[in-house]
Write a protein that binds this ligand. Structure first.
Ligand SMILES: Cc1cc2nc3c(=O)[nH]c(=O)nc-3n(C[C@H](O)[C@H](O)[C@H](O)COP(=O)(O)OP(=O)(O)OC[C@H]3O[C@@H](n4cnc5c(N)ncnc54)[C@H](O)[C@@H]3O)c2cc1C
Length: 225
């Protein structure tokens, strides 16, 4: 929450508060939880909003105590670096499963007298998908290891999140195509994965935001003196 509008930097005008709320939806003491948002996918987790209106809390609810005042931006960004690796890992999980479904289906379905995997167009698609899965996974593990070693991983996490989520979207779409008409039916698992993939492009910052972070760091490292 923005707390110090007069702060000399946007990085120092936010503070994190820990709030208690009543369970469930509705309005209680200045906190409104309007209700569940109906979504394309990501249905295992409920998503809602929290609206604050004249809700007062004591200074003791600041994260980090009174020393935490104005440190909200850094606290949130620390969480976001882990969160971006988390989304990259989720993207890997979705695309690995989409690939497994595609390579199995391609060996079952026959058209024009042969398994569809024997059409080079399908075999090459599978080769591209497997390469994307491998690349996304390696970048995600690289970003996780850097954070694990106690170093900042903003660029690696941004690159991993960007690449894994874009590849997840592409691999899932290719798996959907390989399933032909069956992929459009809820009877087949790929239909759900096809709906899960887009959120990976958005959550914890869009691809455009990752590219801003990556390009800024590149210009810092490769600045002409
Ligand atoms: C199901 C769901 C759950 C979520 N859960 C959480 C959560 O738990 N915690 C949380 O903090 N957030 C959560 N979010 C929010 C999510 O992180 C944001 O929606 C996401 O980061 C995109 O921000 P935005 O919606 O404000 O898009 P906007 O910032 O409005 O972006 C709109 C478009 O403009 C582009 N854009 C914006 N700024 C720039 C720029 N500077 N340069 C170029 N292009 C730009 C974007 O890439 C995008 O294409 C959730 C979102 C969803 C859908």
């Amino acid at each position: 929450m923005k707390t110090d509008e007069g702060a000399d930097s946007v990085y120092r005008n936010m503070t994190t508060f820990l709030l208690e709320k009543e369970p469930g939806f509705g309005t209680h003491g200045g906190i409104t939880i309007p209700g569940k948002i109906d979504k394309l996918g990501y249905k295992g987790v409920e998503t809602t909003e929290m609206v604050l209106d004249n809700h007062r809390v004591p200074a003791s609810s600041i994260l980090g105590g009174t020393d935490g005042r104005g440190k909200g931006f850094y606290q949130m960004m620390d969480g976001v670096e882990v969160g971006r690796v988390n989304v990259a890992a989720r993207a890997c999980g979705i695309m690995i499963r989409a690939f497994e479904l595609a390579i199995a289906y391609a060996q079952q379905r026959r058209t024009f007298g042969k398994q569809i995997v024997d059409h080079q167009a399908i075999a090459f698609k599978l080769a591209e998908m497997a390469t994307k899965v491998e690349a996304g996974h390696l970048m995600m593990v690289n970003a996780a290891r850097k954070k694990d070693s106690g170093q900042r991983n903003d660029v690696e996490a941004g690159m991993a999140k960007y690449l894994a989520s874009e590849y997840c979207y592409e691999v899932t779409t290719d798996s959907f195509r390989i399933h032909g008409g069956y992929g459009y039916s809820k009877e087949y698992e790929i239909e759900r994965l096809f709906r899960e993939a887009p959120f990976m492009l958005i959550g914890e910052g869009t691809s455009e935001v990752q590219k801003r972070i990556i390009s800024r760091a590149l210009l810092r490292d490769y600045k002409l003196s």
